[in-house]
Design a protein. Structure first.
Length: 301
């Protein structure tokens, strides 16, 4: 079996186990859930605008997005095992243009720790990240620039986690392995996402750090954010930074306005530099940023 499928199956099985345990607990109320804490957030959002004989102009648009963020955490004695998932998908249609995705994320994270002192844990962390669907640079392009597992990332890290409470967590790792996969033949042949043209993957090694924060900072105001960084100490040292931020503003029990933002700086990802004629003359590193504001129905449990 190829390494990509081994890693994917391992992480999915690892993160599915708590779901099975939680389901079994519903059938057997004894002490199956002892030590487990299960919860999550589900949001369905809709955005729409239309124009008819509007002198100032404008394009009709319709957008739909959903995200699901469950967690399955276990803590008993000196053992701590935290599992989280982040599933997001959105589509948007402007005027007569075809439907294109506005948000797309599939991420699984698992952190297993053994208590070392008061708030510190010896920890092993695994992360799998990719997207569900094909992505395009703009609505006029027919050639996709991303798809499932192109790129895809599998990260394994060994280090120490500091967790003073359920709101904040800091993870520091001197030994981190991050493998980038580009399984699509077209994107691989172009050398996208840092792979050697024709190759399907490459691995970076180096120290990393991650901080997460989740709390209702004020009445009906929820912040859920994660930032992590990796410095590759190979021959061609490269820096990778990811930051994800969700701000939820509750209107009532179910209705919520949600702002999601994401920032990425990955020195493996290069963007085309074009001249006035549209000819590619160079490639360069750039800071990536996205933002989505929507209102919809939100459930937490």
């Amino acid at each position: 079996m190829k390494p990509i499928y081994q890693a994917t199956i391992f992480l999915i099985c690892l993160l599915t186990f708590p779901v099975i345990k939680a389901q079994d607990a519903k059938e057997n109320k004894a002490d199956t859930l002892e030590g487990w804490k299960v919860g999550g957030l589900i949001s369905i959002n809709l955005s729409q605008s239309s124009f008819s004989n509007w002198a100032a102009g404008g394009d009709n648009n319709l957008g739909l997005s959903v995200f699901y963020k469950p967690f399955f955490n276990y803590k008993k004695g000196k053992v701590k095992w935290e599992n989280s998932m982040d599933f997001r998908y959105g589509k948007n249609k402007v005027g007569s243009d075809p439907w294109r995705k506005s948000d797309d994320k599939l991420e699984l994270t698992s952190n297993f720790g053994i208590n070392a002192s008061k708030n510190w844990y010896y920890s092993l962390q695994g992360n799998f990240k990719t997207q569900f669907d094909k992505g395009y640079e703009n609505t006029e392009d027919d050639q996709y620039i991303s798809k499932f597992m192109a790129p895809g990332y599998v990260t394994l890290a060994l280090g120490m986690a500091y967790k003073p409470n359920d709101k904040i967590s800091v993870f520091l790792s001197p030994i981190t392995s991050r493998t980038t996969f580009v399984t699509d033949d077209i994107l691989s042949a172009r050398g996208d996402y840092g792979v050697t043209p024709g190759e399907k993957s490459f691995t970076q090694m180096g120290p990393s750090a991650e901080i997460t924060f989740k709390d209702e900072v004020a009445e009906n105001v929820l912040i859920d954010t994660r930032a992590n960084a990796l410095y590759d100490y190979g021959k061609e040292a490269k820096f990778v930074f990811n930051w994800d931020f969700i701000l939820g503003l509750k209107v009532n029990k179910f209705l919520t306005t949600t702002l999601t933002t994401g920032m990425i700086y990955d020195e493996n990802v290069l963007f085309d530099v074009k001249d006035d004629t549209g000819t590619v003359v160079d490639r360069e590193k750039r800071l990536q940023f996205k933002q989505l504001l929507a209102i919809g129905i939100t459930f937490s449990y």
